[in-house]
Design a protein around this ligand. Sequence first.
Ligand code: ASP
Length: 359
Amino acid sequence: MKKLFLLFSLSLFLACNTSAEKETKTNQTTETEKAQDSVGNFGIVIHGGAGTILKENMSDSLENAYKAKLEEAVRTGHEILANGGTAIEAVQRTINIMENSPLFNAGKGAVFTNEGKNELDASIMDGQTLNAGAVSGVTTVKNPINLAWEVMENSEHVMLSGKGAEQFARERDLEIVDPEYFYTENRFKSLERLKERNSEKTELDHDGKTAFVDPFIKDSKFGTVGCAALDKNGNLAAGTSTGGMTNKKWGRIGDAPIIGAGTYANNKTAAISATGWGEFFIRGVVAYDISALMEYKKMSLAEAAKEVIQNKNPDLGGSGGIIAIDHQGNVSMEFNTAGMYRAKMNKSGELEIGIYSKL
Ligand code: ASP
């Protein structure tokens, strides 16, 4: 009887082992197939913010300026990828182009806080290692995305803020500028206009009619910049940089520097960068939600992005959009606002630039 039991246990052990081995092999095959799928393929997609961007409010010269800067940025990243550079490098350098332009709400063109300052946020994530870096509330770092990269690569942390982040930037020899560098007349006027309209809104609030809903935020443009890229080795990366929202107070931080909300990248799924009303993107964990729908529900990037941006985000009361690229090079540029500055380029060098809901 004892012998029989031993024999039975042995065969059970062998059977389990073989099936576990098979399962590991299948998993390995799927991972290898996925990696092979994308080897040699590459692509890049960017945004320069979403919001109430209407053709009737845009002059031809401004529209051309936006298109030219989007093209310069996307081509910069594309060239890096075409020459065998990494997705992370492409994301960082592409974002630098937009950060250095006064057209976008990031770096040079950052919006003003209620106190008339510029407080910048940024984050970057590597889809191969799931390593990430983020900074918030910096006021003297010319290119916050570079500081986010330094946090990822050269510190044991993921997120640094304010004075400490700036000290780290100096220690890493990043370019430091006088806060004056971020002054642009346009953005300052926007702050003044918003303050004026908000004083009218306060009266409405006393009526109890508009409590909790700021009609002027809903009607805003969000000029954050972001980039997602797939490199020739099948690695994904994403990054986002912003000045946040005009008239922000109390050290407010939006979704852009929050890994999982404004930025997320995972080689298993996609690289994603968001723009929009940050509070709702944080509450909806938007970038990670898209990745999770792909990973656990096996949705395609297009299906996942549509579900989150066209259903979940507006249902919560938010607005905005995302750009994303998956491990096969499929791209999504999904938004629920009137427009989103955006551009993409694939392996063959096909370029698409868009501003309004129709390209
Ligand atoms: N998402 C950014 C924030 O809430 C704003 C933007 O997209 O422009 O800070």
